[in-house]
Design a protein around this ligand. Structure first.
Ligand code: NDP
Length: 531
């Protein structure tokens, strides 16, 4: 069976596409292919929803989000099964990295929205404008478009959605064509939470538009007010070009080539377990994973042996089976990309210690967990995003070399440094990435308060945390003048006013006697007739 290839059929009024289980090839569902007209209609509905949603008191919006968190928790097992069936990841990963992360994000956004929206006084010392008071308020943008990938089909769109909704925006979400169902489940849960809060009769501020790439393109070209795009660099670049043409602000969360640096004072057992888990979890299809591993020469061969021992114990299979450690890749195209990079590295002299081949007996999308050494940065395996269950390991001699290897990349999403905490922290500060973890990896993504995002080709802007919420509000400076019956000195007419104004400027920027004299010279301006 041709798994992961989506059939598009015309079934009457609307075209539809299908999804398949990447482990078994079983067809899972059919979903509408939203045309640009339907996308525009969804944006219009979301805008209607935003009108009442943004006027709700903050505590009521937060109450809806807290209910969503509770519903996510109640539905955790069935949601994990849906996520596993569409994405292939083991159930435990679906439960923790999608469902739990989403519920945590809902609570975080509910707890922190009021602080993000809090108005701020803007004091000033300008003597000519002293009868004014300035205030900064933070307003929702309006409708936020979210385009999301398949690898975290619930937690990525959910965290972005909650942040946007919490501060009064509406959302139109386009999930990946490979994993649309979790987004529709989210729509259902948000609907249920609104109903429980007595808000169901109103148009929903959350809409989902399913479809393929062109549906995403239609969302970018629609009348949304800001876009959060998470996906590959290639698509992100196309989206950015299209957004630039209409001056649409965008946040781009793109690919990574995350480095793991293991210093000579690292705990070998812990670091090797971390390297194996960090490179293999979600079958290596995690943007903040371990894509390259650099190990100090003094512990390199022992580290490689430990990794080999641990990789050989991993159980590959259907993620729905509770004993499975590593599931299938999402589809054949992803498997071919991983195979090409490993085969090219092998042809250039790399040594494959484990794996290095597909596992067709398990199904067309399975690839063996792979440990590979004798790699260098001329290989695509060390420069391009792999997104597969592959751990490439390379030695280094000192901290400077490790840092220069880690930073020798077009990407800058995440990295980790392992060693004695003070030593590892000093090295971590010199690694160029949006998130650098010391003696841990990936779990930063699960901390709702931690901002997420990268440098270089890994993207622009931040999601998650207070910084992520701040990206979804626009500042508005409110200036109130209390001299409503007084015309300003600098208004028309200018005639015969210039000398007084010149003295006025001198008065502001001088001191002592000079200032007193300038103040007297500026007095005529106060008696000037204005119109
Ligand atoms: P893609 O770039 O292929 O797709 C991402 C989303 O964009 C999908 O919903 C896709 O729809 C949609 N899309 C496709 N074409 C267009 C278009 N022309 N205009 C607008 N939207 C479009 O990425 P993947 O889904 O394959 O996800 C994997 C990538 O995502 C990896 O590179 C990974 O590193 C990155 N990623 C980054 C993260 C981060 O936080 N930095 C987190 C997770 C993943 P469709 O699926 O229907 O084609």
């Amino acid at each position: 069976m041709d798994m992961g290839i989506h059939l598009v059929s015309n079934t009457g009024s609307h075209e539809r596409f299908s999804t398949f289980n990447p482990a078994t090839g079983e067809p899972l569902g059919h979903y509408p292919l939203f045309s640009s007209t339907r996308v525009s209609a969804a944006v219009a509905s979301a805008r209607e929803g935003q009108a009442w949603w943004s006027r709700l008191p903050q505590r009521r919006r937060s109450a809806v989000l807290r209910r969503v968190a509770q519903l996510l928790c109640n539905e955790r097992d069935s949601l994990a099964q849906i996520i596993t069936s569409e994405s292939g990841k083991p159930l435990q990963e679906a439960l923790l990295h999608d469902v739990l992360v989403s519920a945590d994000a809902a609570v975080f956004c509910a707890d922190n929205a009021a602080a993000v929206l809090r108005r701020e006084k803007i004091p000033h010392k300008n003597p000519g404008l002293r009868f004014k008071r300035g205030e900064l308020s933070w307003e929702p943008f309006g409708v936020i478009g979210i385009i999301s990938p398949w690898n975290y089909p619930l937690s990525i769109p959910a965290a972005d959605t909650f942040a946007a909704l919490a501060v009064g925006n509406a959302v139109v979400l386009k999930p990946s064509e490979l994993t649309p169902r979790p987004a529709l489940e989210l729509e259902h849960l948000i609907g249920a939470a609104l109903e429980a809060e007595g808000l169901s009769a109103l148009p929903s501020p959350f809409q989902v538009v399913t479809g393929l790439g062109p549906t995403g393109q239609s969302l970018v070209s629609s009348s949304i007010d800001k876009l959060i795009f998470t996906g590959s660099v290639a698509t992100g670049r196309r989206v950015a070009v299209s957004a630039a043409a209409q001056l649409l602000p965008v946040i781009l969360e793109l690919g990574g080539k995350d480095a793991m640096v293991v210093l000579e004072d690292a705990d070998l057992d812990v670091a090797s377990s971390a390297a194996v888990w960090g490179s293999m979890m979600n079958t290596g299809q995690t943007c903040v994973s371990v894509e390259r591993c650099y190990v100090h020469r003094s512990i390199y061969s022992r580290f490689v042996s430990r990794c080999l021992e641990k990789i050989s114990k991993l159980k590959v299979g259907n993620g729905a089976v509770s004993t499975t450690d590593v599931g299938p890749l999402i589809n054949l195209a992803q498997l071919q990309k991983v195979s090409r990079q490993v085969d090219e590295a092998r042809a250039l002299g790399a040594i494959v210690h484990a794996g290095g081949n597909p596992l067709p007996d398990l199904g067309p999308n399975f690839y063996a967990p792979t440990l590979i050494t004798d790699v260098d940065h001329s290989m695509s395996l060390m420069s391009e995003e792999t997104f597969g269950p592959v751990l490439p390991v390379m030695p280094f001699s000192d901290d400077d070399e490790a840092i220069s290897l880690a930073n020798d990349s077009d990407f800058g999403l995440a990295a980790s440094v392992w060693g004695r905490p003070s030593h590892a922290k000093a090295v971590a500060r010199r690694v160029a990435a949006g998130t650098v973890m010391v003696n841990d990896l990936i779990s930063g993504f699960g901390i709702s308060a931690a901002p997420h995002g990268g440098l270089k080709q890994s993207g622009i802007g931040r999601t998650h945390g207070i910084l992520g919420m701040r990206e979804l509000v626009r500042p508005c400076y409110l200036d109130v003048d209390f001299t409503s019956r007084v015309k300003k000195l600098w208004w028309y007419p200018y005639a015969e006013n210039l000398a007084s104004m010149s003295a006025f400027v001198e008065m502001i920027h001088s001191s002592g006697l000079r200032r007193v004299v300038a103040a007297f010279r500026s007095l005529p301006a106060f008696f000037h007739r204005r119109y």
